[in-house]
Write a protein that binds this ligand. Structure first.
Ligand code: GLU
Length: 276
């Protein structure tokens, strides 16, 4: 059975781009007679605003979508800790106490998520009692899993190569997991068979696929859809002034009609769909 999900982070209101993403995931599940899940990704304690989850549910309802909600990430911290512990025991994670400033000062290159960590703490064996981030030793991880592939609806068979990220953070100083570890574990736990999300997260899949191989998790397929762009050709974002779905709802717009327009790729003035 096909299982898709929409996994918003409650750190800002949903906008048209999120609506499009949710509709793509919802419709793919429904066309296959499957399930569409909602998962609130509220792991970022400092930025998460719990009250937004309710607004998200109202937004999806307004768009005429139906979903099954699975537990929010904040309730699953023990599973993230257990997986991080396993990776530590496998010798694939190392503790890192570097600050952003320290990393920036070493003038490393930039990857898909910003600065590429120069590996300063690798081999340092920092005191486990002190707070530290946990980084994946990407070369070691790749040596362990060998060449692995993922199936993407848009890109076909892709060879997983997370090296452009460098040694990514899987556990943060103040939280037990980063997005990569949490989302990968949750998709497996939730039985997601088709991960649908924007093409901006395409690169992240290289990491997720390697984590699945390391942790022996089931392997879904992926569907990375194109992003909605504003009149400047930039990704929609609330901070750039695109109205939120809640704004549109409050202004009396018809959500069902909007959803139909999005399905037909008829976008409001100034909005376009980028090729994935
Ligand atoms: N929580 C992520 C976001 O809001 C989405 C994660 C995903 O779809 O994998 O950007």
């Amino acid at each position: 059975m096909i299982v898709t999900r929409f996994a918003p982070s409650p750190n800002g209101m949903l906008h048209l781009g999120h609506a499009f993403s949710a509709i793509v995931a919802h419709d793919l599940a429904r066309q296959g007679g499957g399930r569409f899940l909602l998962r609130i990704e509220d792991i970022d304690g400092a930025r998460s605003r719990p009250e937004l989850a309710d607004a998200f549910r109202r937004d999806l309802e307004w768009l005429g979508l139906e979903w099954d909600e699975v537990p929010a990430q904040s309730t699953r911290l023990a599973s993230y800790e257990a997986a991080a512990q396993r990776l530590l025991e496998m010798g694939l994670l190392y503790r890192c106490s570097c600050t952003r400033k320290e990393i920036a000062a070493l003038a490393p290159r930039t990857g898909p998520e910003g600065l590429i960590y120069p590996g300063t703490c690798k081999g340092r064996n920092l005191d486990p009692a002190k707070p530290a981030a946990l980084r994946l030793d990407v070369e070691k991880a790749l040596a362990q899993v060998g060449e692995i592939v993922w199936e993407d609806a848009t890109y076909g068979a892709v060879i997983a190569d997370p090296r452009p990220f460098g040694d990514v953070v899987l556990g943060r100083k103040d939280e037990p997991a980063s997005y990569h570890l949490a989302a990968t574990l949750d998709d497996a736990a939730d039985g997601v068979t088709l991960v649908t999300r924007g093409a901006d997260l395409f690169m992240a899949t290289h990491i997720h696929r390697v984590l699945q191989a390391l942790l022996g998790l089931p392997v879904p397929r992926w569907h990375h859809h194109g992003l909605l762009l504003d009149e400047n050709g930039e990704k929609l974002a609330k901070r750039k002034g695109s109205p939120s779905l809640a704004d549109r709802r409050a202004a009396g717009e018809d959500g069902l009609l909007l959803a139909e327009q999005l399905r037909l790729h008829r976008f409001p003035a100034g909005i376009s769909l980028a090729k994935p």
